[in-house]
Design a protein around this ligand. Sequence first.
Ligand code: ADP
Ligand code: ZN
Length: 720
Amino acid sequence: MTTHHILKQFFGYETFRPLQENIIDAVIEGKDSLVLMPTGGGKSLCYQVPALYFEGLTIVISPLIALMKDQVEALRGNGVKASFINSSLSQSEQDAVLWAAKLGELKLLYVAPEKLFAGNMLEFLKGIKLSLIAVDESHCISSWGHDFRPEYRQLSVLKDTFPEVPVIALTATADKVTRKDICRQLGIPEENTFISGFDRPNISLEVLPGRNRLKQIMDFLKTVPEQSGIIYCLSRNGTESLTASLIQNGYKADFYHAGLDSQRRSKVQEAFIKDDLQIIVATIAFGMGIDKSNVRWIIHYNLPGNVESFYQEIGRAGRDGTKARTALFYTYADIMTRKSMIEKSNLDDDQKELMNAKLDRMQQYAEANICRRRILLSYFNEEVGQDCGNCDVCLHPRERFDATILAQKALSGVARTGEKVAMGMLIDILRGSRNQNLLRLGYDKLTTFGIGKDLKYEEWADYLSQILNYGALDIAYDEGHVFKLNEVSWQLLKGKRKIELSHYITFEERKKAEEVFADPKKTKKEFIKNELFDKLKLLRKQIADSLGIPPYIVFNDATLLEMAHERPITKARLLNVSGVGEEKFRRYGDTFITEILSFVKGNSDQGVKLAKGLTYIETLDLYNEGLSVEEIAERRKLSRNTVYQHLIKLFEEGQGVDLWKFIDKKTYRKVVEAMETFEAEGTFSARAVYEHFREGISYEEIRIAMALSKKAKEEQADSY
Ligand code: ADP
Ligand code: ZN
């Protein structure tokens, strides 16, 4: 079998993604290689396809137990013989797996690194035919990476132990130093490094002001109804209180953080994977070990500490390649919190400096006035040809204006109070509000009282955060968050410097932006598609529950969307849908076709052509009821000719039509002989055969004989 056959038959995909094919070719040639691809880029196929191509066993080293189970489940769902060995299995279960490997009953074996070096595992592996060693999350091998794992260190002996077996190392995050280190330790020539683009264009990017976060989250959630998502928070308490609010608002949510015992954690994770739980509110501890392909959105409630983590976390959305939405809440206060966390940590000074530098880059992202994707990708040293068109800056470029006078008003407000007020009070002073506290402190006597009446509270809040972000004002977090002036403030106040800010966007305007992400353009077609998509999702969930597996293992969202769009009602058409391979078809094909068919029939009055080939299926139904060609023609008000055409087509698609009912053996042989003669002369056509028999054999019979003989030839070819 070629690698393309493997791709289609087992995974149901038509084409490899860019680079996948090159990598697979290199592996098959026996080269050792390092693969860098973003999360969701399709790394797994890079070793799974060769594993199926090679004779013998591929071992996959992976540090994440939950992920192993998931991958093995997905592979089995595709009809691939796979298993895993890790500490979640009992000794006798492990023995059974090894026994199967020994007997050659496995193509892929996932192994936790500590298991690889325990007991006499290595000796055991020497005794069986290994075809490939894949090292997943290979950045864990390097202390330069951001997730060094000591148990990975030992992997460097692999090349000595199995010098003949090709190695493929994979990772989604590794800077240059880390890459070098991986290659050195695993004996991979550096020139065999494959780096794929880091862009994930299906993920939208958005930064929201960090005020009224709960309200904004509620608005956001309306744009992603019933879709799975993750909200990342900085603190454990934060996850718990936000979860409580979400539940109060009727959402199926739960929290997840490192303080929970492992039983509770796997319960939450399991519920999320099975679509029983819509929302997970988590600290960064969540997500490493899950492969759920239908996470449709991510919110960062707090600013992450660096771009790597941020990109990895939003990368958990939209792995199936279909649309996903992400949003980051940002205020300057988050930067200050992060900075003080770094300061208080017991890192050495160099590391603190590094962390601060990384935080700066995150801040630049959050405050960007240019395409945000450009900023992200440039962080990973990737050149970008054009603006992405799928971030809030691209979709709603904010106009900028000279805000020097506005800033002077605010800053002199701070100066007049003797640098003793925080945001709320300053705005009240500027807007001339007569609140008790303000009057008691006598701030209504200041010359700055009421000089900013023209702006609403929200506007001032927005501009003040921009001024802070610009660095023209400081906050003393240790003095009740009061504003302090700095050098830049004084330059502005003295008129020695100008400042530009972005125009405030009203709530309504932002809502409009949200609608762009939510894509409400609902044509009739779109509406029907969504309706069928919902039905198929429900069916998927039922099947998954009855089998005890996650829904996306049955089919992922991308596959269901394509089904909802194409509405295939024949085997051939369903097999054409990306993600439907032979095994998946065998397991679920009929069930899904039945569902689509009943939907199509139930909506035939919508005035939209709902299914290609529906007319064939209607003929097939009558044929299966035992009606003759004449009766079908009569019932369907079609010509006999057309009915024959349908039956031939159905026969070719393998729909169980018996064409021998319509032709006798003798006629068949006559036609085939004539065909062969004409073919040898190079003058074959149905018409030529028809005329040859002086119209003694009908056109239908000739076509039927042609179809039968073609099938016979194909079957003969297959059996070789
Ligand atoms: P990674 O391990 O790099 O995060 P995966 O291997 O899990 O990514 O692949 C992400 C998703 O993309 C999976 O749902 C996978 O089935 C799908 N995928 C991978 N390769 C292809 C392909 N050639 N065509 C279509 N879908 C693919
Ligand atoms: Zn953009």
